[in-house]
Design a protein around this ligand. Structure first.
Ligand code: SAM
Length: 339
């Protein structure tokens, strides 16, 4: 199947809505996931402030690069969250109560989940859920080798939408949302996510969520601007993915990665900055970039403990327990949906 959309022309000055609508006409011929990607990219790059939702950073190559990021010296979140799980997984499992099914949103490699699985007595089913298929297949194969009696039911799904869990994911449920992926959502999106997750998990469910904490901007910038340039490659891979999957002609070397901290929102923002005035052709559209113009590709919101508590309770969850490392870098929260 051709991966590029037909070159139906729009007026030179189409609004983002018109562009997205035209793409959606042509995109009808594409698989749903790719059509959504096409619409989001065209709408996002036609807007006055260019932006592409961060979930599109994760194709197979993006997932590989993210795994590499988790091992970087500057990237403290993964090792800190793993440290918390190594130290407190037993306590977390006890506080969570008996769980038959563990449902993980944005599970990636499921590497740190092993610590939780090991601590949960009586767990029968694990549902890793991710937008990116290849990481799910790899995680399933690796887990099956070590947990022979655990049923593993991977789900390719977008957690920004309501998710229907498989029938077999029955009994008491515990949700897990690690890696501070919740920080990629803004306040409104995070509330919607928590409400939808509550509907999927059901009354009485527990939910263990990792959230990165507010800290010195220098530490944050280092974490998202590593010296080996892996985060830059992760961010720039989005343009390469657009070229591969949507037939774009981005010159990836004509953009650079930048991470900034915006204290007003308490978030790190990743951007791709155009190094020159340039025009890119994509899906029959000519998209102009001025020198210095940016494409906003990811937010990583950092929480204070009261902010996170408020987010949880505002979204219908009870805040039951909290674990924080000694340097107050990262937090894990146990929430409960009233029964
Ligand atoms: C920051 S990584 C965290 C991975 C893993 N949980 C960890 O802590 O190492 C985010 C993960 O969420 C997935 N993801 C991002 N947006 C998603 C979405 N809208 N729906 C489902 N999965 C998503 C990515 O593919 C990736 O595996």
């Amino acid at each position: 199947m051709s991966k590029s959309l037909s070159k139906k022309s729009l007026p030179e000055k189409s609004s983002p809505k018109e562009v997205a609508a035209a793409a959606s006409l042509d995109a009808a011929a594409l698989p749903e996931e790719q059509a959504e990607f096409a619409e989001a990219v065209l709408a996002g790059l036609s807007a006055p402030r260019k932006a592409i939702p961060s979930r599109f950073l994760y194709d197979a190559r993006g997932s590989e690069l993210f795994e590499e990021i988790t091992g970087l010296e500057e990237y403290y979140p993964t090792r800190t969250e793993i440290g918390l799980l190594e130290r407190y997984a037993g306590e977390m499992a006890e506080a969570a109560g008996p769980a038959k099914t563990l449902v993980e949103f944005g599970s990636g490699s499921s590497r740190k989940t092993r610590l939780l699985i090991d601590a949960l007595d009586g767990l029968e089913t694990y549902v890793p859920l991710d937008i990116e298929e290849s990481c799910l297949a790899q995680a399933k194969a690796a887990l099956e080798a070590d947990y022979v009696s655990l049923e593993i039911l991977p789900q390719v799904a977008d957690f920004t939408k309501p998710v229907k869990l498989p029938e077999a994911a029955s009994g008491a449920r515990l949700g897990f949302f690690s890696g501070s992926t919740i920080g990629n959502l803004d306040q409104r999106e995070a509330r919607r996510f928590l409400t939808n997750a509550g509907r999927s998990l059901g009354p009485g469910a527990g939910f263990l969520i990792g959230a990165d904490l507010r800290k010195r901007p220098e530490t944050l910038i280092r974490a998202y601007n590593d010296s080996r340039g892996v985060t830059a490659e992760f961010n720039l891979n989005l343009l390469a993915r657009i070229n591969r999957e949507l037939g774009g002609d981005f010159d990836v070397s004509a953009f650079r990665h930048e991470a900034i901290y915006d204290g007003r929102f308490g978030r790190v923002e990743m951007h791709l900055i155009s190094l020159e005035d340039q025009t890119v052709t994509l899906l029959g559209q000519r998209l102009r970039f001025r020198e210095g113009e940016t494409i906003h590709t990811e937010n990583s919101h950092k929480y204070s403990l009261p902010e996170f508590r408020l987010l949880a309770t505002d979204s219908g969850w009870r805040h039951e327990a909290l674990w924080v490392d000694d340097d107050a870098l990262f937090s894990l929260h146990l929430l409960r949906l009233p029964g």
